[in-house]
Design a protein around this ligand. Structure first.
Ligand code: NAD
Length: 518
């Protein structure tokens, strides 16, 4: 049953997220429990990727505003850390219900600002919601250990919150990735500052509004906007003890170095190049359907997109059937009911993807499906690229070495499973991989020999649910503690070990000084 505070919150009207209804709406900051207008003179245009019409102006928060957020979070920590874990669990229970009730509203914001389809945007919210649901089990997850280590002597551990923690998140999952961060951090007793992507902060602003309704107190969650200056502030501010980053290599390596240099814990999930291996014994229909969905879904803008296929042996003959499936996919605005994939995030991104397609052709790959120059009815101005397939790609080609992050499937050939494994293990990234086979022994060999942190067997996008952790490896991560699950709890806590002696009768050694290591 919902708490009285929660019921009251449900009946209150939602605060306006925009500073002004006139002219172009401006996205607000959320600091110390209030949605506030930024006083900055630096604004970032946010355009609908399907039309390139301006949706909102996003502020680059001033130093004063950033300091206000960090100070508010530090102040709120003093009282929030003293609340019981059962109290914080109740907030998460209320928050998960509010997110579920507002799923379509959040998804709508994602489609408008990010471009993915409505169904896919709901999935973005759902995968984040599952982390909130997991955070509802915090009393269980945060339990320490206990052992009677000697007569009358016990050692036990207490998991304590760190203080203020920050999340710096990417554009491609504007709900899910902020939800990887603040629900766990807050349920543990930390306070939090999120800097969502300046390209699509709308979903995060709705989540902040729902956090208020769930009764999460002022300063416990704060949302700031901006780009490099805001990121530098987070890396340097003395109140902030830990940074969770998800995004590109360039930003992630920089943030990992700068934050670590300042003595902060940093976990950074970076870019990817995920390979699917197709074995001759695979179920052809299942495999081709999964491939098309995982390569072109979300216009290829998923860190776990299956963007590279290794056809083993004769399976390369399946390519024409894959092309037929890809051709049938409907490219249009994510708001259209029949959309299979929407636009890419920006004009710059579209130009970059098209350049990488051209580089593949120049370097000798075969372009068997070309999605460049696609005309989308009613959305002539959008950043659309149709599904594109490059075959006979070689590892030295730029289209193989770079993460493309668009609806482009890069296909390589291998004679044997061993050759496929060698190829994948040589790639610097280790986010995800998948094998398609009907033989258990083949899947087992692949699982054991592949040096990639997340493996799918007949599952193209093996992102673990939040009772596990997101375990990308090698070049796809900096830092050594993963997001969510048990690892996420470890990241947002420090462990205090207590050893206590309570004699119930006077012992012989009571009056002697001992100089030995006990
Ligand atoms: P991005 O690195 O451009 O942006 C991520 C965040 O970093 C944003 O908040 C942005 O404002 C900030 N930022 C960007 N450039 C910066 C710079 N030079 N200095 C400081 N801060 C900077 O990433 P993106 O384009 O939003 O997201 C796509 C990337 O994220 C892809 O490479 C994708 O693979 C990766 N990603 C990885 C995972 C994962 O779990 N491994 C998940 C999702 C996305």
């Amino acid at each position: 049953a919902a708490s009285p505070a929660f019921k009251r919150a449900l009946s209150t009207s939602r605060p306006a997220l925009f500073a002004s209804q006139a002219a172009i709406p401006r996205t607000k900051l959320f600091i110390n429990g209030e949605f506030i207008d930024s006083k900055t003179d630096k604004w970032i245009e946010l355009r609908n990727p399907a039309t390139n019409e301006i949706v909102t102006m996003v502020p680059e928060a001033t130093q004063e505003e950033l300091n206000y957020a960090a100070d508010s979070a530090a102040e709120a920590f003093k009282t929030w850390r003293k609340t019981t874990v059962l109290h914080r669990q109740r907030k998460m229970l209320d928050l998960q219900l509010l997110i579920r009730d507002n799923m379509d509203r959040i998804a709508h914001s994602i489609v408008l600002e990010q471009g993915k389809t409505m169904a896919d945007a709901r999935g973005d919210v759902l995968r984040g919601l599952q982390v909130v649901e997991a955070a509802c089990a915090m009393p269980h997850m945060i339990m320490g250990d206990h052992l009677e280590v000697s007569t009358d002597m016990d050692t036990y551990t207490i998991r304590e919150p760190l203080g203020v923690v920050a999340g710096i998140t990417p554009f491609n999952f504007p709900a899910m990735i902020p939800l990887w961060v603040f629900p766990l951090a807050n349920a543990i007793g930390n306070t939090c500052i999120i800097k969502p992507s300046e390209k699509d902060p709308g979903a995060c602003m709705i989540l902040a509004e729902l956090a208020v309704k769930a009764g999460i107190p002022a300063g416990v969650l704060n949302i700031v906007h901006g780009a490099r200056d805001a990121v530098n502030f987070i890396c340097d501010n003395e109140h902030i003890k830990a940074i969770s980053f998800v995004g590109s290599d360039q930003a992630g390596k920089y943030i990992h170095e700068r934050g670590s240099r300042n003595g902060k814990r940093v976990q950074a999930n970076l870019a990817a190049k995920n390979h699917g291996v197709i074995m001759p014994d695979a179920d052809k229909n299942h495999t081709l359907n999964q491939l098309a969905g995982a390569a072109f879904g979300a216009a290829g803008q998923r860190c776990m997109a299956l963007s590279t296929v290794v056809f083993v042996g004769e399976t390369k003959n399946w390519i024409p059937e894959l092309v037929e499936r890809a051709k049938k996919l409907k490219v249009t605005s994510g708001f259209e009911a029949d959309a299979d994939l929407g636009p890419v995030i920006s004009k710059e991104s579209k130009a970059r993807v098209e350049r990488l397609i051209a580089s593949g052709v120049e370097e000798g790959a075969d372009l068997v499906l070309d999605g460049r120059g696609i005309k989308v009815q009613n959305y002539e101005n959008g950043n659309f690229i149709g599904p594109t397939i490059l075959t006979n790609v070689k590892p030295n080609m730029e289209c193989y070495r770079e993460e493309i992050f668009g609806p482009v499937l890069v296909c390589l050939n291998a004679d044997t499973l061993d050759d496929a494994i060698e190829l994948i293990n040589k790639n610097p990234y280790g986010n995800g991989t998948a094998i398609f086979t009907q033989k258990g022994a083949t899947a087992r060999k692949f699982t054991q020999e592949i040096d990639v942190g997340q493996v799918g067997i007949n599952v193209p996008i093996p992102v673990p649910l939040p009772m596990f952790s997101f375990t990308g490896s090698r070049g796809s991560i900096r830092g050594d503690v993963n997001f969510y699950g048990k690892a996420g709890i470890n990241f947002y806590t420090s462990t205090k070990s207590v050893t206590a002696l309570w004699r119930h009768q006077e012992a012989e050694d009571h009056h002697k000084v001992s100089m030995d290591m006990p």
